[in-house]
Design a protein around this ligand. Structure first.
Ligand code: BGC
Length: 386
């Protein structure tokens, strides 16, 4: 893992150094002057922060970190959660615009559902930062802060192949790889979240050659993102689909060896279904290999116990910092620095983006990456609670 982390750090350093901002097409260049609060002091400015849901730990951490970061710089923050309900998020943002927020940081539920809010923000000269999930179908998005979402999918697939023994610990073809074809099932996220396609495409980029040469098979035949999607990223929906797959496909000869899951809450639903079906309590006693994303504390605990095989760590403290920096930069009349000006075409414009690197978490490295760095304490990992 050491080498691998070094490699990833190399990639991210190149991303950071390689490119500078090119703020084309955003609200900043089209409508009112979005670049700032002029001479106003941070204490006199408020940044609206719109988050999708409080149901998952990930967004609670994001909201708190963005709020803290803004307040540390002296800004006021208006943090709102939308209960995964699109009209609620629309209303909350409408209100932020009416209340003259100085900047907006938005993690959308449905990336395409906020175009009229984005038009209104542009007309009012309010810079908009798209947070983690891309706001789509609008030119009025000034900046995007996120992780390397394609790499998330690739790392999920690599982790799955490693867990299945097809790749070794250096992620090279394993010498003692199983000879028989191994069976996997595939899950994707919510189709209205642009990230879901990046995760899926990244994962399929790695898995497709192995499906083609029959190293792995998908016995249900459900191999398109539409078939694998999980509306609104709901844990219960993933659990139900896994139960249905077990009933429809794994009641005869077939044995299930692994599941590609795009996010930890879904993974926990999938694991519930696998355990209830008697497939084992831990990987050691037969539980299939399950991937994940977000390194949520409940999941890291399951990884430590040998239940879930892997997750992908995205340090949301760093994402919050990027979002706060971007807002601060706009409010100082400048443009934030992008490290990617190509990947995120939102259907109306290519949005200048800042991508952060990601890391694969396994039983053998969670202590080094998550505990030694003080992201979690060992007690939190043991209890599974923050
Ligand atoms: C985020 C993931 C998260 C998922 C479900 C995605 O947009 O990038 O980190 O697991 O939403 O909340």
């Amino acid at each position: 893992m050491q080498n691998r982390s070094m490699k990833m750090l190399g990639v991210s350093a190149a991303l950071v150094l390689g490119l500078t901002a090119c703020a084309g097409g955003g609200a900043g260049s089209e409508g009112g002057d979005d670049t700032g609060g002029g001479d106003a002091a941070p204490e006199d400015m408020t940044v609206g922060v719109s988050m999708p849901t409080q149901t998952y730990e990930r967004w609670l951490n994001d909201g708190a970190a963005v709020e803290d970061g803004l307040e540390e710089l002296g800004y006021n923050a208006d943090l709102q959660y939308a209960d995964d309900d699109i009209p609620t998020q629309q209303q909350q943002i409408d209100q932020m615009i009416t209340q003259d927020m100085d900047a907006l940081i938005i993690a959308s539920i449905d990336g395409s559902a906020l175009t009229s809010q984005l038009d209104a923000a542009d007309a009012a000269g309010i810079p908009v930062i798209s947070y983690d999930r891309l706001l789509t179908n609008s030119e009025n998005v000034d900046f995007y802060v996120t992780f390397d979402n394609f790499a998330v999918g690739q790392e999920q697939a690599n982790a799955l192949l490693y867990g299945l023994g097809i790749l070794d610990e250096d992620f090279e073809p394993a010498e003692d790889a199983p000879e028989e074809t191994l069976n996997v099932e595939l899950f994707a996220g919510s189709l209205d979240d642009n990230n879901a396609r990046f995760f899926w495409d990244g994962a399929m980029d790695v898995l497709e050659p192995y499906i083609e040469d029959e190293t792995i098979a998908v016995p249900s035949g459900q191999t398109t993102i539409d078939q694998a999607a999980t509306q609104r990223w709901e844990q219960e929906t993933a659990q139900e689909r896994m139960e249905n797959l077990l009933t429809s496909t794994y009641r005869g000869e077939e044995e299930l060896h692994g599941v590609l899951s795009p996010a930890d809450p879904l993974s926990r639903g999938i694991i519930n279904a696998l355990r209830s079906d008697g497939l084992g309590d831990t990987i050691e006693d037969g539980l299939p290999i399950v991937t994940g994303q977000d390194a949520e504390i409940a999941t890291v605990s399951l990884i430590a116990e040998g239940v879930q095989h892997s997750t992908i760590f995205k340090d949301t403290r760093l994402l919050a910092e990027q979002a706060v920096n971007a807002a601060d930069t706009f409010l100082n009349g400048e443009e934030p620095e992008a490290n990617d000006t190509e990947s995120y075409d939102n259907g109306s414009a290519v949005i200048p983006s800042y991508l952060l690197p990601v890391e694969m978490i396994l039983q053998e490295n969670y202590e080094e990456i998550l505990v030694d760095s003080e992201y979690y304490t060992e007690e939190q990992v043991e209890s599974g609670q923050q």
